[in-house]
Design a protein around this ligand. Structure first.
Ligand code: HBI
Ligand code: FE
Length: 298
């Protein structure tokens, strides 16, 4: 990951906010403005309404159990008081994206880094970097689910170990994270296209919530670990392909496998285009590809 000093980081530095060696800081609660709380309220209200019947039950239950509420930006300490006793995960405040190894180190110790600041009102629908709404509302509800909590931990440990051994495994690990934690779907035969949503990048986005489950454009393929690690992705558009898990137990089992051997093997193989369907794929829906950009993906 390239670490350029973004405008957002410069702003925090100017406000005298300093981070510890592990890139964390105390959530600077008094820095939130009435506008920040209003933005949280608006996004929370909009997404909880939209996600009924679209997000998986575990996600919706997590929002309830963590007591996330529309009123104001949640206190991280309050969230931790509900989260830690259940799965041993805690959230820690960070100024934004942190270097890969720092990120993996946190996950490997059951700490999830949450960007503390809120997006501006003109960024309700889209911003490129993760903010507090994406990180907290998107990622944290599933950390109170035992199977998902263990998957994230196993991912963190495997990614930390692999990234120390060989930096060439980083793109493969990032794809796994992308197609599960950020943009994962889970089977639900009673729902449109046979899927419900669990990925944080989807649940924190109004547009992608509807598109990922209901649009005819994207492919929806059964999850396969090696296949996912070989599949490139786009960060600038809705996904061309979603990978669908059976349940969180499947994810957890995947993270118990010998990542090191698979990563060593796959780092020498070709990667696939984001929208490609390959021989051997288990196709749930074949996308019409309507509206897809024609330029090359990552
Ligand atoms: N930092 N704060 C933060 N949040 C992330 O999701 C994140 C990160 N640093 C690196 C990183 N993700 C990537 O390594 C993942 O794609 C695996
Ligand atoms: Fe994220």
């Amino acid at each position: 990951m390239s670490m350029q000093l973004t405008a957002k980081l410069q702003e925090q530095f100017a406000a005298g906010l300093q981070t510890r060696a592990d890139f964390t800081l105390e959530q600077p609660f008094d820095q939130y403005t009435p506008v920040d709380h209003a933005v949280w309220n608006q996004l929370y209200t909009r997404q909880t309404e939209l996600l009924k019947g679209r997000a998986c039950e575990a996600f919706l239950a997590g929002v309830e159990r963590l007591n996330l509420a529309p009123g104001k930006v949640p206190s991280f300490a309050d969230v931790n008081a509900r989260l830690m006793p259940v799965t041993g995960w805690e959230i820690v405040a960070v100024p934004g994206l942190v270097p890969d190894q720092v990120f993996f180190e946190h996950l490997a110790h059951r700490r999830f880094p949450v960007t503390w600041w809120m997006r501006r009102p003109d960024q309700l629908d889209y911003l490129q970097e993760p903010d507090c709404f994406h990180d907290l509302f998107g990622h944290v509800p599933l950390l109170i689910d035992p199977a998902f909590a263990d998957y994230m931990h196993a991912y963190g440990r495997a990614a930390l170990a692999a990234s120390i051994v060989d930096a060439r495994s980083l793109p493969l690990l990032a794809r796994l994270y992308w197609y599960t934690v950020e943009f994962g779907l889970v089977r639900d035969t009673a729902s449109p296209n046979g899927v419900k949503i669990y990925g944080a990048g989807i649940v924190s986005s109004k547009g992608e919530t509807v598109y990922s489950q209901q649009s005819d454009a994207p492919n929806r393929l059964a999850f396969n670990l090696a296949r996912v690690m070989q599949t490139r992705y786009r960060i600038d558009t809705f996904q061309k392909t979603y990978f669908v898990i059976d349940d969180f137990k499947q994810l957890f089992d995947v993270a118990q496998t010998d990542f090191a051997a698979l990563l060593a093997q796959l780092s020498h193989t070709d990667s696939f285009a984001a929208g490609e369907i390959r021989h051997g794929d288990q196709v749930i829906t074949r996308g019409t590809q309507e509206g897809w950009p024609t330029d090359a993906d990552l």
